[in-house]
Design a protein around this ligand. Structure first.
Ligand SMILES: CC(=O)N[C@H]1[C@@H](OP(=O)(O)OP(=O)(O)OC[C@H]2O[C@@H](n3ccc(=O)[nH]c3=O)[C@H](O)[C@@H]2O)O[C@H](CO)[C@@H](O)[C@@H]1O
Ligand SMILES: C=C(OP(=O)(O)O)C(=O)O
Length: 429
């Protein structure tokens, strides 16, 4: 089992290049199979979730040729609409193959999704959407089966703002007959990116990025070349890493607009944030201030950035409140952080964080993807050595994480044996 070993205390300084957005890429890769032409997708992040989804796409018979950050997908050779559990038990976004296959072939059979255990994650709204388009859905032997004689556009109101349901319905509706309107749609940048990608394949989607999306179904989709947007969560994670280590980092290849909620909070807690066309610079020179934050759908503060700000506030001057309003199980990093000296009480969906002056390194476990990344950030700020176990979660969504951190001056290694741990300890003294 691989672990990260970190010697904390170095301020992060320098420039870091952000990869393509995992959560946009997952939707886009699934949508790519909806045409029989060859689709070229650029700026793909090199993370485990993407490798898993590409495996699933190959598994149903599509041709996938990956060269670095670029992949070519051809869906004309798909021979099965039934996705194998092995490929996707660990990823959430496998459910996008439901919308894509249902739209194209009017039948899909996809195992119930895995992904991070951050709370109960129903998919009732996805199924409600497919049913409204005329599909019948059922669960059989752990898989969701959705099928329709023909899909017909409809008016669909989402009771809860859901990224996954919005993207899935958008995909299926792109190849339905007639018009679909999705109300109370999610507005996240990755929803817009998937819509732009589908439009570049000939779909007719309007309003993505607002809460009403209008889709006019088309008979076929065609070839395209498309570049995925930068990952706002990876970028935000490096911004907080700069903040907690009192660093000075230029985070490159970002869309600053997508980072507004994160930037606003960093400024509130005392960092300087400078915005450029496609980069942001975060400078922190003193102890951070306390603040309150509540996670909300975009353009609110993202739930995927909640553990990272939690770590920063645990080191801030004063008491902060962090309210998690999207997923009920996203405070699992708190117990681990307390082992490093944090003082936090969780009451319902709110963490009351009493800022402490320093963390001391400890052995901790990554409970999920973003919580794992947050614990790495904590380790970078801590006195002494931190070992983070279960980094497979982190590898789901951060490409070359330790290499990027090292390029900013962090002392961090990926290790898997006691000998490697001892070697690191000897080296860092
Ligand atoms: C692969 C991907 O893009 N994952 C992201 C996506 O997850 P995901 O798409 O799974 O999250 P949703 O936006 O769907 O979830 C938002 C809320 O809606 C609820 N809900 C969702 C669907 C449904 O059918 N019924 C229902 O009640 C969920 O329990 C949650 O409380 O958006 C989340 C919220 O920004 C992010 O944390 C995840 O990183
Ligand atoms: C929770 C996340 O991913 P998933 O929805 O795939 O579990 C995430 O990207 O933070």
């Amino acid at each position: 089992m691989e672990q990260y070993i970190i010697k904390g205390g170095n301020p992060l300084v320098g420039e870091v290049e952000i990869g393509g957005a995992k959560n946009a890429a997952l939707g886009i890769l699934a949508a790519a199979i909806m045409t029989d032409d060859t689709v070229v997708i650029e700026n793909l992040p090199d993370v485990q979730d993407i490798h898993a989804l590409l495996g699933a796409i190959r598994g149903i018979g599509a041709t996938v040729e990956a060269h670095g950050k670029t992949v070519q997908i051809n869906g004309s050779s798909i021979g099965s609409v039934s996705v194998d559990y092995e490929y996707i038990k660990k990823i959430r976004a496998s459910y996008y193959l439901l919308g894509a296959l249902l739209g194209k072939y009017k039948r899909a059979e996809v195992p119930l999704p895995g992904g991070c255990n951050i709370g109960s994650r129903p998919i009732d709204l996805h199924l409600k959407g497919f049913k409204a388009l005329g599909a019948k859905t059922r669960i059989s032997h752990g898989s969701i089966i959705a099928e329709a004689e023909c899909l017909r556009g409809n008016h669909i109101y989402l009771d809860t703002v859901s990224v996954g349901a919005t993207i899935n319905i958008m995909m299926a509706a792109s190849m339905a007959e007639g018009r679909t309107v999705i109300e109370n749609a999610a507005k996240e940048p990755h929803v817009v990116d998937v819509a732009n990608f589908l439009n570049s394949m000939g779909a007719n989607i309007k309003g993505a990025g607002t809460d009403i999306i209008r889709i006019r179904g088309v008979e076929r989709l065609h070839a395209t070349e498309y570049s995925i947007i930068p990952d706002q969560i990876e970028a935000g994670t490096f911004m907080f890493a700069a903040a907690v280590t009192k660093g000075d980092v230029i985070v490159k290849n970002v869309i600053p607009k997508h980072l507004e909620a994160t930037t606003a909070k960093l400024v509130e807690i005392g960092c300087q944030v400078e915005e450029f066309d496609d980069a942001v610079r975060v400078v922190a020179t003193k102890r951070l201030n306390n603040t309150n934050v509540k996670t909300l759908p975009y353009p609110g503060y993202p739930t995927d950035m909640q553990p990272q700000i939690g770590v920063a506030l645990a080191l801030a001057n004063g008491t902060s409140l962090v309210t998690e309003s999207i997923f009920e199980n996203r405070f699992k990093y708190v117990d681990e952080l307390m082992r490093m000296g944090a003082d936090i009480r969780v009451e319902g969906n709110t963490a009351v964080i009493y800022g402490t002056e320093k963390f001391t390194g400890a052995r901790v476990s990554a409970p999920d993807l973003r919580a794992g990344a947050a614990l790495v950030i904590a380790g970078l700020a801590a006195e002494g050595i931190t070992i983070v176990d279960d980094i497979v979660y982190i590898q789901r969504g951060y490409e070359h994480f330790e290499e990027k951190l090292r390029s900013l001056g962090a002392e961090i290694e990926k290790v898997s044996t006691e000998k490697e741990i001892q070697k690191f300890k000897l080296r860092v003294g």
